[in-house]
Design a protein around this ligand. Structure first.
Ligand code: NAD
Length: 494
C-alpha cells in the first residue's frame, strides 16, 4: 500500500473531501509507486481559499522583512535537504540527478533573492505640482494568490511564484501538476518548518479541471499565476478576463539556437546538445530548433548526430545517465506522434525516432534523442512545441534569414546565437523577438535574478524572476499628502 499524502489547508495536513487519491509513479520504472496524493475537488479548493482569505489580514500586516525571514529560513531548510529532495524529484519526474539538484538549487536561490526583496519592495516619492504637498507610491499585496504549476520544474516553479507572493504580503493556494505533487509537497513542508503561519500557504493536489479551474474561478482568489501550456493559458485567460481578475501567464516556447559560420563550433555543439536534450527536451526553454548557416551546416550536423547517438539514456539516478525518460506515457506518445508528423512533412530523420523499450529502459517512458534535418520553416515540427527530445535543423543562407526563421513562430520565450562577430550579436539582441536571448550560450540556463518570460503566445506580458515578479503580486497605491492646511486644486491652481 503506497504512502498516503495529504493536502495542507489552514496549517493542517488534511485528507481530501472526495476521499480519492491518485498514484504517483516513477517514469523511469512505472511499476514503482511513490505515493498516493489527494485527488481533490471543488470543496477542498473552497476550504483552501477560505483558509488563505482568513489568514490574509494577519499576513498583510506582518512587516515585509519578517515575512522575508520565513522565506529565507525555508531556503535554508531546502539547502540542508537538497540531496534527498533532488533524489525524490528524479524518482518522481525522471530528469537526471544533476538537473534535479539544479531544480532544488533554483528554489534555494529564489528564497534568498525574494527574501532580499523583503527589505526593498521599493516605491517612489515624487514632487507635487502644488506647494507643501508630497506624492508617493507604494506596493500593496493583491490578496489571495492561486498558483498553478507544471511538472517539468516541480520545485523551482512553485518557488518562483510562492516566495515572492509571500514576501509581497499575499497568502497562497498552490496547486501542482498531477505528475509531480511530491516535490511540491516537499517544498510546502519546508515553509511549514520555517514557521509560516496557518493559512498563509495552502496546498491542494488534483487535476486541472477539478482543482485548477475552480481555483482560478473562485471569487475570493484575487490573482492567478499560471505556468503551463498555451492551450490551458488561453482557457485561464478567458476565465480570468471575464472576472477582470489579474492573471500572470508563463506558457510554451519553440526556442531556437542559431549557429553562424564564424562561431566557436565546439562550444555551439556542446550548447545545442545540452539545450535540446537536457531534461529530455521537456523545458519551456528547450532548444527545439537549430538554425545553421549553410557554410557549416553539413559538418556541424554530422558531428551533432554522432554526439546525440553517444548520449546515455537511462534512469536519472544512475551515475552516467545523461538523459532520463519522458514524464509519462501520454507525453512519450505525443513526442512520437510529432516524429511521425515530421517524417510525413518530408523532414529527414537523421537519428532517433524510436521509443526505447529494450531491457531496463522498457520499464519506463524512454525515447531516443532525435534529430531531423532538411526541416523547412513553416513545417509543424518547426512551429509547434513538442516538449521532448526532438531537434529540428533548418539551414539558412544569411544572418538576416536566421533571425527571420527564429522569429517565425507564434512563441517568443528563449533564443540563442553563437557568433564571434560582436555586431551580429548586438543586432540579434535587438531584433530577436523573445523574452530571453543568450549570446554564445544555449537557450536554457536562466537565473532567478533576471526577468523570466516571453513575448507573443508565450505569455501575457508578465515576468517571473527578477524584481519584475513583484509586479504580478502587488498593486500600486498612490498617496498625496497635503500639508499646506488649505484646499489646493491640481491642474486648476496655476
Ligand atoms: P499543462 O498546461 O497541461 O498543466 C499545467 C498546470 O495546469 C497543471 O497543474 C494542470 O493540472 C493545470 N491545469 C490543466 N488544465 C487546467 C485548467 N483548465 N484550469 C486550471 N488549471 C489547469 O502543462 P504541463 O504539461 O504541466 O507543462 C508543460 C507546459 O508548460 C509546456 O507547454 C511548457 O512550455 C510550459 N512551461 C512554461 C514555462 C514558462 O515559464 N514559460 C515553464 C515550464 C513549463
Amino acid at each position: 500500500m503506497a504512502q498516503q499524502f495529504q493536502n495542507f489547508i489552514g496549517g493542517k495536513w488534511v485528507p481530501p473531501t472526495t476521499g480519492k487519491y491518485l498514484e504517483n509513479r516513477n517514469p523511469a520504472n512505472w511499476e514503482e509507486v511513490l505515493g498516493a496524493f489527494p485527488q481533490s475537488g471543488p470543496d477542498d479548493v473552497n476550504q483552501a481559499v477560505q483558509a488563505a482569505r482568513k489568514a490574509y489580514d494577519g499576513w498583510r500586516l506582518t512587516p515585509a522583512p519578517k515575512r522575508a525571514e520565513i522565506v529565507f529560513e525555508a531556503g535554508e531548510i531546502l539547502k540542508r535537504n537538497k540531496e534527498e529532495l533532488a533524489r525524490q524529484m528524479t524518482q518522481e519526474m525522471g530528469k537526471i540527478l544533476a538537473e534535479t539538484r539544479g531544480d532544488v538549487q533554483e528554489a534555494i536561490d529564489c528564497a534568498y533573492f525574494a527574501a532580499g526583496e523583503g527589505r526593498r519592495l521599493l516605491g517612489d516619492t515624487t514632487p507635487c505640482e502644488l506647494p507643501n504637498k508630497l506624492g508617493m507610491s507604494f506596493r500593496m499585496p493583491v490578496g489571495v494568490a492561486a498558483l498553478i504549476t507544471p511538472w517539468n520544474f516541480p520545485m523551482a516553479i512553485p518557488s518562483w511564484k510562492t516566495f515572492p507572493a509571500l514576501v509581497a504580503g499575499n497568502t497562497v493556494v498552490l496547486k501542482p501538476a498531477t505528475d509531480t505533487p511530491w516535490s511540491a509537497l516537499n517544498f510546502v513542508k519546508a515553509l511549514e518548518e520555517a514557521g509560516v503561519p496557518p493559512g498563509v500557504v495552502n496546498f491542494i493536489t488534483g487535476g486541472g479541471s477539478t482543482v485548477g479551474q475552480p481555483l482560478a474561478e473562485h471569487s475570493s482568489v484575487n490573482v492567478v499565476s499560471f505556468t503551463g501550456s498555451s492551450d490551458v493559458g488561453k482557457v485561464l485567460g478567458s476565465t480570468c478576463g471575464s472576472k477582470l481578475k489579474r492573471l500572470s501567464l508563463e506558457l510554451g516556447g519553440k526556442n531556437a539556437q542559431i549557429v553562424m559560420e564564424d562561431a566557436d563550433l565546439d562550444l555551439a555543439l556542446e550548447g545545442v546538445l545540452w539545450g535540446a536534450f537536457g531534461t529530455t527536451g521537456q523545458r519551456c526553454t528547450a532548444t527545439s530548433r537549430l538554425i545553421l548557416h549553410k557554410d557549416i551546416a553539413k559538418s556541424f550536423t554530422d558531428r551533432l548526430v554522432a554526439a546525440a547517438r553517444g548520449l546515455k539514456v537511462g534512469n536519472g539516478l544512475e551515475p552516467g545517465s545523461q538523459m532520463g525518460p519522458c514524464v509519462n506515457e501520454r507525453q512519450r506518445k505525443s513526442v512520437h506522434e510529432y516524429v511521425e508528423i515530421g517524417k510525413k512533412e518530408g523532414a529527414k530523420l537523421l537519428t532517433g525516432g524510436n521509443m526505447l523499450t529494450e531491457g531496463a529502459l522498457g520499464a519506463g517512458w524512454f525515447y531516443e534523442p532525435t534529430i531531423f534535418g532538411d526541416v523547412k520553416a513553416g513545417m509543424r515540427i518547426e512551429q509547434e512545441e513538442i516538449f521532448g527530445p526532438v531537434l529540428s535543423i533548418v539551414t539558412v543562407g544569411s544572418f538576416e534569414e536566421a533571425i527571420q526563421v527564429l522569429n517565425g513562430t507564434p512563441f517568443g520565450l528563449s533564443s540563442s546565437i553563437y557568433t564571434r562577430d560582436v555586431n551580429r550579436a548586438m543586432r540579434a539582441i535587438r531584433d530577436i523577438e523573445a523574452g530571453i536571448t543568450y549570446i554564445n550560450g544555449p537557450t536554457i540556463g536562466a537565473e532567478v535574478q533576471l526577468p523570466f518570460g516571453g513575448v507573443k503566445e508565450t505569455g501575457n506580458g508578465h515576468r517571473e524572476g527578477g524584481p519584475t515578479v513583484i509586479d504580478a503580486f502587488t498593486e500600486w497605491k498612490s498617496v498625496y499628502i497635503d500639508y499646506s492646511g488649505r484646499l489646493q486644486k491640481a491642474q486648476i491652481d496655476r
